[in-house]
Design a protein around this ligand. Sequence first.
Ligand code: TRP
Ligand code: ZN
Length: 478
Amino acid sequence: MRGSHLRRLGLALVTLLIATGTLAGAALADDERYTPGSSGLGDPFFPLAGNGGYDVQSYDLDLDYTPATRALVGRAFVTAVATQDLDAFNLDLRKQDEEGHFYAVSRVAVGKDNGPTLKDMAFSHEGQELTVVPRPKLKTGETFVVLVEYAGTAHEVTDPDESIEGFVPTDDGAFVVSEPQGAPGWYPANDHPTDKALFDISITVPEGITALGNGVLLSSETENGKTTWEWSHGMPMAPYLATATNGVFSLTVTELAGGIPSYVAVDPRRTNTAVLAHIPAVMAFFTDTYGPYPFDATGAIVDFAPDVGYALETQTKANYSNTPGESTLAHEIAHEWFGNAVTLSSWPDIWLNEGFARLSEWLWLEHRGIRTAQQSFDLQYARPATSSFWQTPPAALPGPEVLFSSPPYDRGGMTLHALRGKIGDMAFFQLLRTWYVENRYGNVTTADFIETAEEVSGMQLDAFFDVWLFQPGKPTSW
Ligand code: TRP
Ligand code: ZN
């Protein structure tokens, strides 16, 4: 009796010890599961771009900009889902530097919604990494909202190729383009093309200034000498494609086939803008050639931004720093299909954006009877074999300083035209349509494209793509 009692007590003790041990172990393991999200996604060209541990669903940006002082005050709600148990996570936003450029963050809050559940959180800010310490910690699969309040002086971001981007002040507002790394120059972002999200952008500017965001215009209201322009884009967009360009513009809104609104904003100093009358026909041509237009709006922003000197395919309405020619107009609109809807997964694959946009220019010129795509190809192919142009294979770029050099554009476009010759018109256009419809709103790699090309054509194309995309030297047979 006694013995059995003792045995039972012993068993109970052992059980208790095991249970306690297990509990302690579980608690420790549980805590260890929460780790900081990485400060970058390891892109070969921009390793600190983007952050690990969460997936952004939407950005709700409220900006107030005063062109005269370049003062930018921002409030951003970022809704995201944790993809790991998070002890801390980063957003990309440039911290105010010694010269007073960029932003000081005054408040970070995290909650379950953008209202009552928001609680102030500890944070730190260094370079372009804003680190948030959420308490309670965030569990995998949990949806959360981060509020970031910041203010400072807008300033451009300078790229490895010396070009400028971001929130670029102009004489009457700002020209806002962010490829490849300008987004942290004006809003807290998970700045990598693989994290697409929905965007609501509201911009408050002095009365008389027009501000343009992506998507559709919800309202513009003036109060106390300031106008708030509220834009909403309900389709996935990579952070580098967001815009908030503002200045003196004349804004014309029309409706295209299929009910798509077209917003055309022109700086009154840009007078020869007859080219913009081609927008509906370009839209119709690429819709016929590639498939249905992927987004909820179209248009163009033609600014006076001589310091920038290039155009960018900001989603739904491209930004032009000068009046575009017909080729550039077609190029930027074609990016809505290739670049914006079907987006690269890492920056070295830029030819997937630019080669397709270049080919699209050639197809447009062919459609217009100006010159055939073959003639456009021939003009490029005429470059002597000794030209340095041929030394950079478009899918094996050495570094970010050549992202926007001619090989990814011209040899990228030539690769596609040569492929058209290789597999025939039927298979080629079927391939472009398949590529688009299977990947729109997503991200792709060069390997994905080669695989799709082989599937659609039924041909083995390794040697073809090796010569055109990966080997230095002028292709002579393929
Ligand atoms: N992607 C843009 C286009 O092809 C061009 C672009 C973005 C660019 N950043 C640049 C060109 C920097 C030159 C320099 O439409
Ligand atoms: Zn382009």
